[in-house]
Design a protein around this ligand. Sequence first.
Ligand SMILES: [Fe+2]
Length: 228
Amino acid sequence: MDRIVTIFPKTIYVTQSDEETLLSAKQLVKDFPELWSKSEYFKHKMHQFDVEISQHQHIVDIPAWHKVRKFIEEKKQYWLTHIWNCDPSIRPMITNSWLTATYPGQLHSQHIHPNSFLSAVYYIQVDPEVDYISFEDFPAKIVLLQTTSYNQYNEQIHTIPVKDGDLLIFLSDLYHGVNYVPESKVRPRISLAVNSIPRGDSLNGTYFFWRDDHDNDRPNLAHNITKN
Ligand SMILES: [Fe+2]
């Protein structure tokens, strides 16, 4: 019997937070205007090509972000255990997290997240009418043929519409970007990116990253996080 064998598909886990978590994130963004590298938050448009990134690179380490952090950690754990079929002892360890604001007139071109295994993007303020994230296959196809429709075999770019409260989890080496925010919009698109690496036994039996049985222990990053 003829059959099509599909191998090595790419996976994007799309899930949503509850309303309480989303509302807390919205309030936290408003409460921390000092996070932004330029511009007075919400007060004027940047009119530059690329997005604004928060100077603070460990947002979810801020205690007030606990609810958001817990939600993202739980979903990343689900990804590791039930999508990647990892041993349940393997856990996601968050390394860095930052806020991104895409002002009217800006977009975020295709990029990857270096020095990370599993990335998440949490959408805090978007316009569901126009906003989406796009993923690009890489390396690009050399021969592009005229097709009658797109499917998972011939598409070069795949777009996913987003709305407030959406969380997308994907491998950090997957190219992605977000669309242009129309000049007619008043508010920027706001999202939170969270990188992580797994901690636990690797395939060859050695421990990936380091062995530490305490959930609250954190890596001593440049941010100078103190251990509890
Ligand atoms: Fe990104």
